[in-house]
Design a protein around this ligand. Structure first.
Ligand SMILES: [Mn+2]
Length: 356
């Protein structure tokens, strides 16, 4: 089986005198397993991590197959990389132009004097789209931890507790259940705050009739989970119940349709049409979903503008929502794995409306 570096080298059609210089932390982690600061170099017959004293031992533990290049005090990474590349007869470096600032690029040009700098075309991200079994296992575990955490904290959702209380409890539970960290900052939005898609949890106290939207995820082995559930505290009333039903139908039908070979935008359209036909089209202003892995938001996207063909073993969130200012909102989100003929959700927590 090809290594991840070999897959990227092949896709980039890398020449014998060329090297790839990765600076994005998630790409460095992907090719090497190393999760600290620095840069990665890969090419035909060599691979190395350029870092500083603080991380040298960590590289040897996490990326034993990689050479470790430790910068001298005051030396820049690119300068040390150049010494190594010159020893390997490299005259061209492909770099991540979408990660390097203009100022960094000016320094790189002088540090790598004599080497041609050519932008990559997202080859690493392209390879990352299709998850390996070991990656899927970690995302599954992260989703499992997230579901269990929500299950565990449900009994505390009562009148008078705050959004922040729920956030703390969810995050504590995920860590207690074995998460390495959080996939992103937990969103808890109650009552009228529910119309803010990315509400920051605050001191608002829960009241009878509130909808509470919780969007959160654990991180495990470097991989993210992403899930959202909206629950009610007491009877939410007729309109919010109706909105919940529409979002649930949009989520279920688009998730049921998701499989390899489809154009991403066509899956978005399934959910968007259901919401539009129900009269709430202008209250669903974001894409249906995104891929998820080492980063919480990866490509491709399920959106009206993404026309990529979906591939098997790509992970994808399916997360329609309706957000009505002054009234509140509903979002229901699963993280799924795309299969040849169907998709499998890794988030098994019930989507039925829970009235607590
Ligand atoms: Mn999401």
């Amino acid at each position: 089986m090809k290594t991840r570096a070999e897959k990227i080298i092949e896709l980039a059609k890398l020449g014998l005198n060329e090297a790839i210089y990765l600076t994005k932390p998630s790409n460095i982690f992907y090719v090497s397993g190393y999760g600290g600061e620095g840069a990665a170099l890969i090419g035909h017959g060599f691979c190395a991590i350029v870092t500083d004293f603080r991380y040298t031992e960590q590289v040897t533990r996490e990326a034993p197959a990689f050479d470790v290049l430790e910068i001298r005090t005051g030396q820049r990474h690119a300068a040390l990389a150049k010494e190594y590349l010159s020893d390997h007869g490299i005259n061209t470096v492909r770099f991540e132009a979408d990660d390097v600032t203009v100022a960094d690029f000016e320094k790189m040009k002088s540090d790598m004097d004599g080497i041609s700098l050519v932008p990559l075309n997202g080859e690493t991200e392209q390879v990352r789209r299709v998850k390996e079994p070991s990656e899927l296992a970690l995302i599954r575990e992260a989703c499992d931890i997230s579901c269990k955490a929500l299950d565990h904290i449900l009994p505390m959702i009562k009148e008078g507790i705050s959004e922040t209380d729920i956030r703390i409890a969810l995050e504590f539970e995920m860590l207690r259940l074995g998460a390495d960290g959080l996939a992103f900052n937990t969103i808890v939005a109650s009552g009228e705050n529910g119309s803010l898609c990315h509400a920051v949890p605050g001191p608002r106290k829960l009241r009878k009739g509130d909808f509470i939207t919780m969007d959160f995820g654990a991180k495990k082995g470097g991989y993210c989970a992403d899930m959202t559930r909206t629950v009610a505290l007491g009877d939410p009333g007729e309109e919010l119940r109706r909105i919940y039903g529409i979002v649930l139908k949009a989520q279920q039908e688009s998730q049921d349709a998701l499989h390899a070979g489809l154009i991403a935008s066509s899956v978005d359209a399934i959910a968007r049409d259901i919401i539009k036909d129900a009269g709430y089209g202008s209250y669903f202003g974001h894409g249906l979903g995104h891929s998820v892995g080492i980063d919480i938001h990866e490509n491709p996207r399920l959106s009206p503008t993404c026309n990529d063909i979906l591939t098997e073993n790509t992970t994808m969130t399916v997360e329609p929502g309706i957000y009505v200012p002054g009234i509140g909102g509903v979002r229901i989100e699963n993280t799924c794995v795309i299969g040849a003929d169907a998709s499998e959700t890794l988030v098994y927590f019930t989507k039925d409306l829970l009235i607590l």
